[in-house]
Design a protein around this ligand. Structure first.
Ligand SMILES: *[C@@H]1O[C@H](CO)[C@@H](O)[C@H](O)[C@H]1NC(C)=O
Ligand SMILES: *[C@@H]1O[C@H](CO)[C@@H](O)[C@H](O)[C@H]1NC(C)=O
Ligand SMILES: *[C@@H]1O[C@H](CO)[C@@H](O)[C@H](O)[C@H]1NC(C)=O
Ligand SMILES: *[C@@H]1O[C@H](CO)[C@@H](O)[C@H](O)[C@H]1NC(C)=O
Length: 352
């Protein structure tokens, strides 16, 4: 505005001085005062030619002003954009913070789990140690039925062989039951393999097996205790103080009985130093085959038997065929089959 008014003023001034350059200034000045001037009639072409660039400049300034308003709009929209972006940045910052918190939580959780893993590992190590200790205690298992413990099935462990279970009659201190007959429920007509490994059920009739008898009687001196009963309920016992069964290489020979004592008589003496015979392995001294001639029970046959506890089970106590029953000739004759027989052993050291 200032530029426009000064341009008009300048134009008027110029018109007064430049339109009559030859005129005397003293003459001309009062005319100016008498005749009012307008741009239309006072600003001739020359004036306009001077004014035009100024007006153009003004127009360009005006356009510049317009442009600057456009620019302002642009700035404004840019400001809006920046504001928007700042908003987004804030959001992102918040999300980052959230994520950081999440990560922190996860870290804590990982730490927690690491701790749990550590304690689990510790527990595992502890249990492994216990297991090892347990295995060591298998080495510490007794080598015979425990004394003074309740009757039952116990594990025993002999040097150089794995542990095995045996039924124990402990009331009279530490007897291992190795053969039991009382109802005829178990078959005793069996092979070498069965007699070597043992058969039957500890809660029923059974034979513990020649290999175990060998291992046990080899490990220390054992006494043998035999209980017998006939169908009428009479009982008798036979006791031997040094019972030894040889190895399988020795055909499980009955190597020792020691001294006899008891009420049944010494019928087992006949079998001392005899090898064991089964249906499939004949070591007997008979002309034929004791085992197949007399019912199949494995034993330390001579030719053939006098004290014999693996024979056929005759429920009424009378032998009715050539098959041997359960025989103890020094107590009851060959025609009698006993209805109860039990062999037990225990280390001599337990004896009282
Ligand atoms: C877990 O055990 C490792 C290695 O023994 C140890 O560096 C770490 O600190 C333990 N962590 C916890 C939580 O106990
Ligand atoms: C059992 O008793 C009966 C009747 O008294 C008798 O005939 C039988 O011989 C007895 N048996 C034995 C093995 O003693
Ligand atoms: C004993 O077993 C053998 C072989 O299985 C068989 O041939 C025999 O007849 C059986 N003896 C008795 C008395 O059951
Ligand atoms: C056993 O029985 C047989 C035949 O049944 C008989 O000849 C023998 O005399 C009896 N022996 C005894 C000791 O009773």
């Amino acid at each position: 505005m200032f530029q426009l008014s000064s341009a008009i003023a300048l134009c008027i001034l110029l018109q007064g001085t430049l339109s009559h350059p030859s005129d005397n200034q003293d003459k001309e000045l009062p005319r100016i005062a008498e005749e009012p001037l307008t741009i239309g009639n006072q600003c001739n072409g020359y004036c306009f030619s001077v004014l035009k660039p100024i007006l153009d400049h003004f127009v360009s300034l005006k356009e510049g002003a317009d442009a600057s308003s456009e620019f302002r709009d642009k700035i404004h929209s840019l400001e809006e954009t920046v504001k928007h972006l700042q908003g987004q940045l804030e959001n992102t910052k918040t999300q980052l913070k959230d994520n950081e918190n999440l990560i922190k939580e996860k870290d804590e959780r990982i730490n927690d789990l690491q701790g749990q893993l550590n304690s689990t590992t510790a527990r595992f190590t502890e249990i492994s140690d216990q297991l090892r200790a347990c295995k060591q205690t298998e080495e510490n298992l007794p080598n015979t039925c425990p004394s003074g413990s309740p009757n039952g099935i116990y594990q025993i462990k002999l040097r150089g062989s794995p542990a095995f279970k045996v039924p124990c009659v402990s009331a009279a201190s530490g007897w291992t039951v190795v053969l039991s007959r009382f109802d005829g429920s178990e078959n005793f007509n069996r092979t070498w393999r069965d007699y070597r490994n043992g058969f039957g059920d500890f809660s029923g009739e059974f034979f513990i097996g020649l290999e175990k008898l060998h291992l046990m009687t080899r490990s220390q001196h054992h006494e043998l205790y035999i209980q017998l009963r006939d169908v009428n309920g009479s009982t008798a016992i036979a006791n031997y103080d040094d019972f030894i069964v040889g190895s399988e290489q020795e055909e499980y020979k009955l190597k020792s009985l020691g001294k006899y004592s008891g009420t049944a008589g010494d019928s087992l003496r006949y079998h001392l130093d005899k090898k064991f015979t089964t249906t499939d392995r004949d070591n007997d001294l008979g002309d034929g085959h004791c085992v197949s001639n007399h019912g199949g029970g494995g034993w330390w046959y001579g030719a053939c038997a006098q004290g014999f506890l693996t024979g056929k089970y005759y429920k009424d106590g009378r032998r009715l065929s050539k098959d041997y029953g359960i025989i103890w000739v020094d107590w009851r004759n060959f025609n009698v089959s006993l209805t109860f027989a039990q062999m037990m052993i225990r280390p001599q050291t337990i004896r009282v």
